[in-house]
Design a protein around this ligand. Sequence first.
Ligand SMILES: Nc1nc2c([nH]c(=O)n2[C@H]2C[C@H](O)[C@@H](COP(=O)(O)OP(=O)(O)OP(=O)(O)O)O2)c(=O)[nH]1
Length: 168
Amino acid sequence: MVATDFTQITTFNLGFTFKDSEEDFYILSHHLMIPVTCALIFQDQKVLAVRRSQSMPLGGFWEFPGGKIEKGESPESCIIREIKEELGIEIKLGELLPASDHAYSTEKVIRLIPFSAIIHSGEIKLHEHDQLSWLGANELFEVTWAPADIPIVSYLKEHWISIINGIK
Ligand SMILES: Nc1nc2c([nH]c(=O)n2[C@H]2C[C@H](O)[C@@H](COP(=O)(O)OP(=O)(O)OP(=O)(O)O)O2)c(=O)[nH]1
């Protein structure tokens, strides 16, 4: 028997662990969680946010550019590929930052894996999003973030200086 009540999730570390009424634990397969990478791209003491266009799921929400990890791909290769596809630029990766797990529904649970980054080459051109904004530390909450991004944005605000210094 497999419980599907996501309010009963007890850990995300190895896929999902559920507790049912008999106090037994069940591990669901990893495929239920969708790993997504995103890049916090810094330039001139600001970070890049992009708005999902209406044709995308979660259209209208702001996010950090990125996308789903493909089979056999490392998070690092994924974010470099996604940024090239979405923005047409090459980035230099900084550090891996704490991930955010978010259940949009019982079928859609994402693990959002952020990297700090700077632009290595190229000029940004939006291929999928409909707006971009460069946000300073005190402007971070001026846009409406996708719910999964909120913990990441809060972490970024709290660690702004050390994250920026870490990437120079
Ligand atoms: N890229 C990205 N996706 C995010 C963020 N926050 C957030 O909730 N998401 C969600 C939106 C989507 O449901 C999912 C990522 O999907 P996506 O559409 O960007 O992925 P993808 O580029 O690989 O798209 P596709 O191949 O499925 O079309 O994660 C974020 O900051 N960046």
